[in-house]
Design a protein around this ligand. Structure first.
Ligand SMILES: [Zn+2]
Length: 356
């Protein structure tokens, strides 16, 4: 367990300290478009069928008000292909509840990831780690764009959604091309400010921050099932100030409710912040109150919320997640990779024995 943990940590350090050349910088350009769906939609994944044929099959019915993301380049090429070469995106697929392959007319865009879904069971499912999910272009019409790295791209996408025509996508194409050229010319990737993550709990750093539950597989204390705990739990009395660990932008402030009883459950009140300069997303859960709004720019250390005990939990604490940007999108990573230097060495050793 210890070796696995150390190799995870080394992996994260390598990612953080890598100084890519221009060729690599080109590969790593990733401008994320975040979308929220107004109605339930199906996400598909490519599968090989029993007879050896391949088709997209329904991977999940995503409830309304989820957040999905995709690289702007992926959505741009899919929407452009919809008019110029539709055969390229009309993949054979099997509609939900059917067994026969059907041809589709709208086409699909692929490369989606589920960023957030207000359903505990889905949130703990492996589907959340995939970055290759597909969405029928006809379903794009029930999505709305949230804050994104590229405001020009966001504007083009919104025009496309409102007018339902592809002409506005030309400006998105131009934007993407310009962005690539600029980034390669000036090496923006290398110049991006990389800050060190600070404690998400205000004025509580080394010697103060206490881990009450680690990232990793665990028996859920309330639900009594084994599932991946995607964050780290930090002791915090209700009403403690929670701050953004890096410069960034608040993507969403949300409240998870049980879909049947409508009572607050799961993550309770929570905030998601994106930090494009540091290639991270962070999530802060079980809050007692919000002190920030979606779309708001925040500096490292800015107050974003108050901690609490909303949702499913045993005692007041802050549940803190880090999602690291990989080649194909953001994936959950152990927050210890970032908080290691802040957490005291005694807690560090004690927690190593508690894991697994
Ligand atoms: Zn937690």
């Amino acid at each position: 367990m210890r070796n696995k943990f150390l190799s995870q940590l080394l992996g994260s350090l390598l990612v953080m300290t890598a100084t890519p050349g221009l060729a690599q910088a080109f590969e790593e350009i990733n401008d994320t478009l975040y979308l929220e769906n107004k109605l339930a939609i199906h996400l598909y994944q490519a599968s090989e069928l029993a007879d050896g044929k391949r088709a997209l099959v329904s991977a999940i019915e995503l409830p309304e008000e989820s957040i999905i993301s995709i690289d702007i380049h992926n959505i741009n090429s899919a929407l452009s292909d919809a008019t110029s070469s539709p055969e390229r995106i009309r993949f054979p697929f099997i509609p939900p509840g059917k067994t026969e392959i059907t041809k589709n007319s709208a086409g699909f865009a692929c490369g989606f990831r589920i960023v957030d879904v207000m359903d505990e069971d889905i949130r703990s499912d492996e589907i959340m780690d995939r970055t290759d999910l597909c969405l029928s272009l006809s379903d794009l019409r029930v999505t709305g764009a949230l804050e994104s790295n590229g405001t020009d791209a966001l504007k083009s996408f919104n025009e496309f959604m409102q007018e339902g025509r592809l002409h506005s996508m030309n400006s998105l194409s131009k934007y993407v091309d310009r962005l690539r050229a600029e980034r390669i010319e000036f090496g923006v990737i290398e110049k991006a400010a990389v800050q060190t993550v600070i404690s998400p709990i205000k004025n509580c750093g080394r010697g103060c921050l206490t881990v009450t539950s680690e990232y990793g597989m665990r028996n859920h204390p309330v639900l009594r099932r084994k599932r991946l705990h995607k964050g780290i739990d930090l002791r915090a009395a209700t009403g403690t100030s929670v701050v953004s660990v890096l410069d960034g932008k608040v993507l969403a402030t949300r409240t998870e409710k049980n879909r049947r009883t409508k009572r607050i459950s799961g993550y309770g009140h929570y905030v998601i912040v994106v930090h494009p300069g540091n290639k991270l997303e962070t999530l802060y859960a079980h809050l007692s109150g919000f002190k920030s709004k979606a779309g708001q720019s925040v500096k490292q250390g800015d107050l974003i919320a108050l901690s609490g005990n909303t949702g499913i939990g045993t005692a007041p604490h802050l549940h803190f997640e880090t999602h690291i940007q990989g080649k194909r999108g953001y994936v959950p990573a152990n927050p210890r990779s970032y908080l290691g230097s802040i957490l005291s060495s005694v807690a560090w050793i004690a927690n190593l024995f508690k894991i697994g």
